[in-house]
Design a binder for this molecule. Structure first.
Ligand SMILES: [Mg+2]
Length: 256
């Protein structure tokens, strides 16, 4: 049995358009008895909404088959929070819901936080940046949902969580953030645990070298770059994150 960890945007679909043949490829893997899970760094949508979107596009998917960076943060805090530690959240409703669902309570008072969850927040303000900075100066740990500096849209890009991390670290003059999403070890372990397989039995299929491919390589999984999203063959061959396999699209995954 093999495990397949699929990125979503740029790999399975592009915005609202399915990559041609993706549904058939995933059906073939499932019929073979292989395990399939979807792993996205995007923290501003719920796992339920991804499951619905995939199902609507012809890939029947349950919530449990979707892992996102909000879930990884919630599980990480559920495991590591010590009694009495207080969490402050910069982020949108989906990550707050995920924290609540995992029994992670949070305070609205950043001044009392021991841990700050930093996530994509389209209501980010100077006050939030300052709260983050002051908490970090006081020694609060900062856990970020994802490192992505931008998020691709159909007609451009938006600043993502990585820009907030950069702002904080620029003010501090040093690295100060633990990242939960891809390419972190935390994300790889979450996906492996979900599948119950050894890393050497798992493929990570994605379109980004610095997240999908790096996570796979760091965790000893088989990295597969698909050329339907942002990463190119030239970047793959020139850069530090070398995929083990490069495929034109997800369709060819069944032949590996
Ligand atoms: Mg992608």
């Amino acid at each position: 049995m093999k495990g397949y960890i699929f990125d979503l945007d740029g790999t399975v679909y592009l915005g609202s358009r399915m990559i041609e043949g993706a549904a058939d490829a995933i059906r073939t893997l499932r019929e073979r008895g292989d395990k399939v899970v979807f792993l996205t760094n995007k923290p501003i949508a719920t796992r339920a909404s991804y499951a619905q979107k995939l199902t609507r596009m012809g890939i029947p998917t349950e919530i449990g088959d979707v892992l996102n960076s909000s879930l990884i943060v919630a599980r990480y805090l559920q495991r590591t929070l010590k009694p009495g530690q207080r969490v402050y959240v910069i982020g949108e409703e989906p990550i707050r819901q995920e924290l609540e669902a995992h029994g992670v309570e949070y305070t609205e008072d950043a001044g009392k936080a021991d841990i700050v969850v930093l996530s994509w927040d389209r209501s980010f303000t100077y006050d939030k940046l300052n709260a983050l900075y002051q908490a970090s100066l006081r020694g609060a740990a900062v856990i970020a949902s994802n490192p992505d500096v931008t998020c691709p849209l159909e007609d451009g890009q938006l600043p993502d969580t990585g820009t907030f991390i950069a702002a904080l670290e620029s003010a501090l003059g040093k690295s100060a953030v633990v990242v939960a999403g891809k390419p972190s070890r935390i994300a790889a372990e979450e996906a492996l645990q979900h599948m119950g397989l050894e890393s050497t039995s798992c493929f990570v299929v994605g379109d980004r070298l610095e997240t999908d491919v790096r996570m796979a390589n760091d965790a000893g999984m088989h990295s597969v770059l698909v050329l339907t999203g942002v990463g190119t063959r030239e970047q793959a061959e020139a850069g530090p994150d070398r995929p083990r396999t490069i495929l034109p699209s997800i369709v060819k995954i069944v032949d590996l």
